[in-house]
Design a binder for this molecule. Sequence first.
Ligand SMILES: [Ca+2]
Length: 425
Amino acid sequence: MDPRISLLLTSFLFFTASALAATYMEANALFNLLNYKVESLCIMLIQPSFRGLMFVAIWFSTFSSTFLCWLLISQSRFDSVRSLSPGFLKNGNFEEKPKPGAIKKTVLQGKYALPSWEINGFVEYISAGPQPGGMYFNVAHGVHAVRLGNEASISQTITIKAGSLYALTFGASRTCAQDEVLRVSVGTVFGDLPLQTLYSSNGGDTYAWGFKLNATAVKVTFHNTGVQEDPACGPLIDAVAIKELFPPMPTRDNLVKNHGFEEGPHRLVNTSNGVLLPPKQEDLTSPLPGWMIESLKAVKFIDKKHFNVPFGLAAVELVAGRESAIAQILRTVPGKVYGLTFTIGDARNGCHGSMMVEAFAAKDTFKVPFESKGKGGFKTVSFKFKAITARTRITFYSSYYHTRIDDFGSLCGPILDEVRVFPTA
Ligand SMILES: [Ca+2]
């Protein structure tokens, strides 16, 4: 048995016994009192405070030591959970190679062929560069990746905090022209990510997916649910990381949660393409806390290191025109007038041309044009709207589609940052 648990049990038994003894003494005195024994009545009258004090002290010591033990145990449990700091899962970048006997050409042999992972089905271990058969694989994060064949999967059990919000970040790309679906599951929940749209033409798309579970040990699985005619097709996964997220609360001065997009998924080191936030994310498990991705296509989470970010360290890029909308529902007072301000611009990624961001709040629509040279400009605009109900939805999307000046295969668009909604006087 765990020594901490036996310590807890022993101390609990000891103190429960002493507490019972105290209760017995007290009951006995009460019994004597009921028997109208004058002496004991005197004792009771003379020493009630002393006995009461004893009684309280013993009970107090019981509870405080039990509480202390509980605290010790839960603390050590938190410590082990805390060791899951933001970053790669174990062998999350697949750079720890399979042992020589565990691989035949590129195909992994057996369930435990890949260090720290469990594999099922036809899973290949890929090195970046030209492949037999004429294909060329680009591995954006590191040198190695895995490719999931028809209905194949890779899994790893991780430790999390029950009830906390987490986001997985992973590099995933399709390898053939066909549409591919990657199913991500954690414990009892899953999401299907269509990989049909390449947002960056070098194949290094990075996605984030959020989840919240009432469990402490959960299995993370990436599963290729599709069946392709060519077994050499299938999604390529080159890095898997995780981060616990802390959903920010609205304030009196700003009703918008996570208004500056500062709280978001882990950005894989060397991810120069940003992180795609897949569509149809439920509010409670969004990898961008507070925000919903409502439309058919992803919104891109961008960081200051690689992009133009007007405020703080992160912002979002509306990469897929009207199919790429981001929204939030605010608590409002019906009939009250609110101010709405937000900043739009370009990500300094060669995304150029006449841009337009459309914002919706209650029944109002605001269109904001922005002329982008793709070199990192921005502007802040202010509007007013009147709330109609107790819940007001604010939505943002790009009116047009854009591609980069140097790369027509890469979708891009205007950026959005620092959204404020506040009651006007
Ligand atoms: Ca920001």
